[in-house]
Design a protein around this ligand. Structure first.
Ligand code: PLP
Length: 387
């Protein structure tokens, strides 16, 4: 009997490019290679494809096409949102940026840059499940705040924030509102017509498009200082020749993600709950992070006392199971996750955290294999620990 095929449980880090997406972008690497700024037929063909991609993505967000700005990734979207909004409005007496301690580093580092440039960064409190507390929101989002940035779905725990309500409250206090929807897009319902966020960032490689493409929704009328200046593409918001094939890829992946959203949620929730229940049954002292809050169904983050995540991840990898210890950017670093620390998880438990993130390829059979193997690895790790 041959070795079992590897199991990929790191979909929050990245997802494979979908076949339909690959096929949709292929012609733009071949005969349809034009520059959308050129006036000849090659350029016009590329422009038409780019415009269509923008319209299709706008349709997925409940946005007008001119509110969609393609960029290179979620990190660029988050940086652009925080810095460009703050730079545009801080001169008018609003010098603070408010965000959460559980954001991706793309937001945290941008908020920190605001402080370097003379502003102020403030971090909201989160409860033990990683949900932003109302008290801290009321205390910190006041009339000197330029930008409030709260992620929709956390990449390490899957916890969901009530972004529409928080956006409404921030805006009532005169703050602009950005949300990092990199993990939320395709999972939660997003509609710019009814939800009052000003900016929203998404990333292609989390939803079956290639790495290196993302988009920022920028509501009409939002003050904005471009980060990248040059040839005036994208109405001056982001200079640089547009990546037509990847824009087509993102629009295609986004449409598929929106069309499949509810079915995808139900399927992943079933798989995640089954994995969680089986692991809890076999290892009763497992701690499931954010289990007391609403979670997106693709993430299961748990700590197994008496083990450490580095060794567990290696042991799992040797048996063909790919998971992570936190966010991809933190793999390889020994410091405990800033997300779990902010939730008050003790360092010993945070150091034993494993994130399993499910995706379109995940099957029942894989979940059963993982549920059988993990308790065996834990028993082995604990016996070594005790020795
Ligand atoms: N925000 C969140 C919540 C993420 O999970 C990630 C990627 O892991 C990013 C931002 C950054 O996205 P990208 O990898 O496209 O730069």
């Amino acid at each position: 009997m041959g070795a079992s095929p590897p199991i990929y449980l790191d979909n929050a880090a990245t997802t494979p490019v979908r076949e339909e997406v690959f096929e949709a972008m292929r012609p733009f690497f071949g005969p349809k290679f034009g520059n959308p700024s050129s006036v000849h037929r090659f350029g016009r063909e590329a422009r038409a494809a780019l415009d269509e991609a923008r319209e299709r993505l706008a349709g997925c967000l409940g946005a007008h096409p001119d509110e969609v700005s393609f960029n290179s990734c979620g990190t660029e979207g988050d940086n652009t949102a925080v810095l460009c909004l703050w730079r545009a409005v801080h001169a008018h007496g609003r010098r603070a940026v408010v965000t959460t301690p559980i954001e991706h580093k793309a937001v945290l580092a941008a908020a920190h840059q605001v402080a370097v440039e003379g502003g102020e960064e403030r971090l909201l409190a989160v409860d033990a499940n990683g949900v932003v507390t109302n008290d801290s929101f009321d205390a910190l989002v006041n009339d000197d705040v330029a930008v409030t940035s709260v992620m929709w779905v956390n990449n390490e725990t899957g916890v969901i924030q009530d972004v529409p309500a928080l956006a409404a409250r921030a805006k009532a206090r005169g703050s602009l509102f950005h949300t990092d929807a990199v993990q939320g897009f395709g999972k939660v319902a997003i509609d710019a017509r009814t939800q009052p966020f000003d900016l929203l960032a998404i990333s292609g490689h989390k939803i079956g498009a290639p790495k290196g493409i993302g988009a920022l929704f920028i509501r009409r009328g939002t003050p904005f200082e471009p980060l990248i200046r040059g040839g005036g593409q994208d109405r001056g918001r982001r200079a640089g020749t547009e990546n037509v094939p990847y824009a087509v890829a993102l629009a295609t992946a986004a449409e598929l993600a929106v069309a499949e959203r509810e079915a995808h949620w139900a399927r992943l929730e079933g798989l995640r709950d089954r994995l969680q229940a089986r692991l809890l049954e076999a290892i009763p002292d497992v701690v499931v992070h954010s289990s007391g809050a609403r979670r997106a169904p693709h993430v299961l983050n748990l700590s197994i006392p008496g083990t450490d995540s580095e060794s567990m991840l290696m042991a799992l990898d040797m048996r063909g199971i790919a998971c992570s210890g936190g966010s991809a950017c933190q793999s390889g670093s020994v410091s405990p996750s800033h997300v779990l620390s902010a939730m008050g998880v003790p360092a010993s438990l945070a150091g034993a955290a494993i994130r399993m993130s499910l995706g379109p390829m995940t099957t029942d059979e894989e979940i059963d294999r993982v549920a059988e193997l993990v308790p065996k690895l834990v028993a082995k790790a604990r016996s070594l620990h005790a020795a």
